[in-house]
Design a protein around this ligand. Structure first.
Ligand SMILES: C[S@@+](CC[C@H](N)C(=O)[O-])C[C@H]1O[C@@H](n2cnc3c(N)ncnc32)[C@H](O)[C@@H]1O
Length: 273
């Protein structure tokens, strides 16, 4: 088991760089790192962290982040959000962007891809044959390179697809030879752009977002980190744009003048900058 001092060092490292607060999760942290640190031949966590901090390639830090992040997700998670997207948000955007035919959607903690692929399936389904005239590519980012690789590979167990309607399974996935796994079909794959991005960094976007999914990631951040993040999110939202957060999450109403539509759906008022 790591010492209190080692635990504090790793917690501080994680929180200051990634916003992730594990200050009350010593056992979990130890469980996730123990084998890795032992296999690397380090005699203590301090020795391991010295190596992480001195590794200028950043590879050791990436592995640490991959091991410490919680990446649980699934297709159609919090289904009501996707219903709202389909019934309210997309009809509004279709009208609003009728000339430019360009829609910007961002999943800011996309994990292994189930969330942005769900959004992309809804977009393809919603626009139907008209989709060819529109640019609706979904930007999907996460801090963990491990989950992004899985997302780009786009291979999922049969079980993972169980919530998807049959016609979607047939259209958007291909069975692998073992028939136990399915791979995302090119039509769907092409609709999502995956990139590594740490939400603690300044936002590099040149364009504003019509819709942002920031679901089930703020639970790992403390209040101040959440407030600062929501302020940055607000600044990159289009007027009238929507923000979806996890259904068990909350945001401080003082962090940004967002309008609450439902407890986990927020909107930037039209006419705001
Ligand atoms: C539990 S998953 C949520 C996935 C998906 N949004 C959902 O609701 O199903 C949380 C994700 O947040 C990512 N994450 C944690 N801290 C982050 C940060 N600072 N920047 C970007 N992503 C982060 C993790 O790597 C993880 O994949």
């Amino acid at each position: 088991m790591m010492s209190e001092d080692e635990f504090k060092r790793i917690s501080f490292f994680l929180k200051s760089r990634y916003g992730i607060d594990m200050s009350r999760k010593k056992e979990i942290m130890n469980g996730r790192l123990e084998n890795h640190v032992r296999a690397g031949g380090f005699s203590s966590y301090h020795e391991y962290m010295d190596a992480v901090e001195q590794d200028f390639t950043g590879e050791m830090e990436k592995t640490l982040v991959n091991l410490l992040t919680t990446n649980h997700t699934y297709f159609m998670r919090e289904f009501e959000h996707f219903e709202y997207l389909r019934k309210v948000v997309l009809p509004w955007l279709k009208k609003k962007e009728a000339v430019n035919k360009d829609i910007c959607i961002w999943c800011g903690a996309s994990s292994t891809g189930e969330e942005p692929y769900t959004v992309a399936m809804i977009l393809l389904d919603f626009f139907g044959l008209e989709h060819a005239d529109w640019d609706t590519k979904v930007l999907a980012t996460d801090v963990s390179t491990g989950v992004l690789k899985q997302a780009v590979d786009g291979i999922y167990n049969k079980e993972a697809l169980k919530e998807l309607p049959e016609p979607w399974k047939r259209r958007f996935f291909r069975a692998m030879p073992d028939k136990e796994q399915y791979k995302v079909a090119p039509e769907l794959k092409n609709e999502v752009i995956f990139r590594q991005f740490n939400l603690m960094n300044p936002f590099p976007f040149k364009r504003k977002m019509h819709v942002i999914f920031l679901r089930n990631v703020m639970i790992y951040f403390d209040n101040q980190t959440k407030c600062e993040l929501i302020r940055k999110i607000y600044d990159v939202m289009e007027p009238g744009g929507y923000l979806f957060i996890g259904q068990t999450e909350t945001i401080d109403k003082n962090s940004a003048p967002l309008q609450m539509i439902q407890p986990s759906i927020f909107r930037k008022r039209e006419g705001m900058k």
